[in-house]
Design a protein around this ligand. Sequence first.
Ligand code: SF4
Length: 233
Amino acid sequence: MFIAALQKTTLLDYPGRLACIVFLANCNFKCPFCYSKEIVLEEEIKNILPLKEGDFFDFLKKRKGKLEAVVICGGEPTINPTLLSFCQEIKSLGYKVKLDTNGSNPVMVKKLLKENLIDYVAIDLKTSKEKYQKLTGSLIKNVAEKVNQTLSLLKESKIDWEVRTTCVPGFIDKEDILKIAQWAKGAPKYYLQNFRPQKTLDPAFEKVKPYSSQEMEEMRQIASPFFMSCDVR
Ligand code: SF4
């Protein structure tokens, strides 16, 4: 497990719980608007001094009774073959686990759900199905179908979860939002996130002007009828 970084406290990333965030390096997507190139691009990853797993678990042991949950994000956590045992160890210490995923590995998500190793999932729906391959820069065959399988697993599960979309001008428009909302219908919560033109994987995206608050609200209104809860954040 390549632990690229640890954020020791967050009140924002696990709904209603005090959590830490563990960032795992590497991703099977190469979204051009990604803000995390330091843990996505191989040439950047090699400059990272990873946190040892033992040190991470020592940290969790010391914080027992103070922290309640661990958010596992990336990169893409599910591409790590040892994610199951990693979650098992976190759970054995009494923590809740939230997984942030791009949804590309339904096989791993199915195992995690079956073993009760995740309590909350945030899945990104990057765009509408037909634009998926291009936008994510993914070499995975039929990537939208893989994401769809993960989405179906979550819809059938008993855990709490949410769907998120980063609204990147030029890639996500109102038509896409409607298609994504129809696709994700049945999710308990849907969040639209505005794009931030900062240290993007493709530098050209640093020149893209984000949507205005008014435009974000208009997209929220399009998605809103499909969900119990739908917000911009
Ligand atoms: S935005 Fe997420 S899925 Fe896309 S490359 Fe970055 S970490 Fe991977």
